[in-house]
Structures are given as structure tokens and as C-alpha cells.
Design a protein around this ligand. Sequence first.
Ligand code: ZN
Ligand code: ZN
Length: 241
Amino acid sequence: MKITFVGTASGRTSAERAASCLYVETGSGNFLIDAGDGAARGIVRLGIPFHAVGALFISHMHPDHASGLIPLLQQFYLAERTDPLTVYLPASAAGKMEDLLSLFWMDSRKWPFDLRLTRWETGVPVRTGNFEIRPLENGHLPARGESFSFILREGGKQCVYTADVDGLGHLRKAGGRTDLLISECTHIGVDDILRFSVENNISRIVVTHIPDGTDTDSEMKKIPGGGVTLRFARDGDTVTV
Ligand SMILES: [Zn+2]
Ligand SMILES: [Zn+2]
């Protein structure tokens, strides 16, 4: 699986980075995880065709992870998409999405593709061919069913994406060997990420959700050695698992 960082910013708007969005290419289709502000523009900038996106996975409804959804859906119908599109959403959003679309004078019944709005079921994976994404409820938002981290699996390889978390404790449930950890660094520090990785034998880390002004050089000095690699993602970077 190949993961492209479409947007790597923190919650603050950045001149250098778009808000959170990952593009995941697998042997069983291509997917977007999160669609923060600038997601549609980021996709165009990276030359990703809109029709290549098979489904959207939204971790939680904070604007820096989901406010790009409406412009993105607009691009799908302007691109005359015909393949069905499923958007996996937190519980409350799945029920309100049609109302939100109508606020923007968008009527999905008139679109050339079938829009399917589906709520995440905690721990229940979504599978397409050999690819699987499993939502792990995390404590970032106070209500149940509203905020998720993800375990991505394909061909015996596993990647964990934290999305937003206020601690890494819940990720201990991720289980199995994790070949890559993609962690945010807005709500947790690099020290915590490294400690968690060492405790869980994770040697490959990419950090995203990066506030402007982060002194990445000093943060990199905290890497303990012993084969652990950590890098700070930039928009457009790719990583293969
Ligand atoms: Zn965030
Ligand atoms: Zn958040």
C-alpha cells in the first residue's frame, strides 16, 4: 500500500501545508482518509484524478479533518463521476450530511453517481478485496462513535494512523505487528510517540498534523537509535508499506 500525504497541517491554516488528508493506494482500490480544508485542491495539485478515489474515510468531524468534504463532493459531480461513492463517517455526521449538502444547494439525488453515507461501527473493519481499514474509537471527542484512529492492512502489512488523539493508550488495542505508525503531533509530543513506538516494537514512524514553527531538527534528535526511524511529512510525500 502506498500512502500520499495530501495535507499535513495542524488545525491552524498554514501557507505551507493543507489540512489533514491522506491518499491510500492499494491493490484493491484507492481511498482518501480525512478531507480537511484544501483537500480537493491538494488532490489536483498532486495530479490525482478524482475518479481514482474509491471511498472516503473520515476520522472525526473537526473542520481540519472534514471541512473539505463539501468541496470534494462538488468536484466529484463536476468531474461527472458515475461510480458509486461511499463516505464512512462518525455516527452523528452520517445522519446530518444530507442536510449539510442541502444547505449548499447540493442534491445528491441529481448526481450521476450514487452517494452512500455510512457510519463507522467501532472495531468493525471495512474490507475491499485484500485491503481492510478498521476503525478504533479514540478519546479525542467526548461522545461515543465520533472519533476514530485506523488500522490499515493489506497483504500481511499493517499501518496505524492515529488521526487526532489525546493520548496513545487506546492504540494498544491495535494489536499485531505494525509496520508503520502515522501519528499526529498536535495533541501529543514526539517524546510520547517515540515512547509508544519503542514499547510496541514499531520502528518506522511518520509524523503529520504538524504545527508551523515546529523545530523538526531538535525533535529528530530525540530518536533513540536502535533502528527506529521517524520523519516529518510534507505535503506530497509518499510512503510505501
Ligand atoms: Zn486535527
Ligand atoms: Zn480533532
